[in-house]
Write a protein that binds this ligand. Structure first.
Ligand code: FES
Length: 323
């Protein structure tokens, strides 16, 4: 008989421990089905949340070997094969306060979601009689964001939240904000963008964990990028984030290459750019991120444009000016 073992992180409000549960392999089980089997047959005190069992309610997200998954939508076989082992570590999703075992607290997350003003204030042209319709093409722009089921998987693996959650929100909050910001029926999409600018829109580290972990294939990082573009277009260019993006684009337009040595002073807004470049260059050299010759070239000369720069400039102009 093949035996599977779940090492499950337990918490009773004061004490934390890891408990092992062995059960017979069954190819029909999901991760959630396995947890239910353990609860029903071995330990009724094990706590976890689930409801729909069909990837709709979003309440069953847990971590398997440190990676968030939707337990009801993840076959046991899939994760056994993925990790190449019959023992898996099951823990609550990360960046959440744990209430009991695998149950996490959504209270403050919902408060943070409210800060995105997730609601539609429709344009004046709509009325109770005319309705509030939009074209299929306009709906397609926000369709993916509507798929969010608030499972918390994106927040669980967000490295920025783990580092510091005081100046950044859960990735799903940005997705919900963008859903209303991009809605063609909205009277003023910038209402949501402005709030997000105040709350970390430019602080994303681009680790892309939110994109790879979303069970609905939503890309919160793309929502962040879309709202940054809206903020830029509306003239909201103050701060390190916008300056960094602008310096990035200028480099690409000039030469097609990023000049890391110059990027930092322009981002940081140093008055004495030469000093900043030297300090940054020194740190890059010290950590082996830059070779001496490369540093000298970056420091002393302009890069030559890459081959095909005209095509790249055309793309950048089209993105910026729409022509
Ligand atoms: S139980 Fe509802 S999404 Fe998994």
């Amino acid at each position: 008989m093949r035996t599977i073992t779940f090492d499950i992180d337990r918490f009773d409000g004061t004490r934390s421990w890891t408990q092992s549960y062995a059960f017979e392999y069954d190819p029909t089980l999901t991760v959630l089905g396995s947890l239910i089997r353990i609860k029903e047959q071995q330990d009724p005190s094990l706590n976890f949340t689930a409801s729909c069992r069909c990837a709709i309610c979003g309440s069953c997200a847990v971590r398997v070997n440190g990676n968030a998954v939707l337990a009801c939508d993840t076959r046991l076989d899939t994760v056994l094969k993925q990790w190449g082992a019959d023992t898996l570590h099951i823990s609550p999703i990360g960046n959440f306060k744990v209430i009991s075992d695998l149950v996490v607290d959504w209270g403050d997350k919902i408060e943070r979601l409210r800060s995105a003003k997730p609601g539609l204030k429709a344009k004046k042209e709509f009325s109770a009689d005319s309705g509030c319709q939009q074209s299929p093409a306009d709906f397609a722009k926000i369709q993916k964001q509507w798929d969010c089921i608030l499972c918390g998987s994106c927040a669980s693996e967000c490295n920025k939240l783990t580092d510091n959650d005081r100046d950044f929100l859960e990735p799903f909050v940005y997705t919900h904000a963008n859903r209303y910001a991009q809605d063609s029926r909205s009277a003023d999409g910038m209402v949501h963008v402005k709030e997000m600018v105040k709350q970390g829109l430019w602080k994303c580290l681009h680790c892309m964990e939110c994109v790879t972990k979303c069970p609905k294939q939503i890309a919160p990082a793309a929502d962040i990028a879309a709202m940054r573009a809206m903020a830029f277009a509306a003239g909201n260019t103050d701060g390190k984030g916008p300056r960094h993006a602008e310096a990035f684009r200028t480099d690409l337009e000039n030469t097609g290459r990023l000049n890391e040595v110059r990027l930092v002073p322009r981002t940081e807004g140093l008055i004495d750019a030469a000093t900043g470049r030297m300090g940054f260059t020194y740190r890059m050299l010290k950590h082996g991120k830059l070779g001496a010759l490369e540093a000298a070239e970056l420091y002393l000369t302009d890069n030559k444009p890459i081959e095909g720069i005209d095509g790249l400039r055309k793309i950048i102009r089209y993105e910026r000016d729409g022509k």
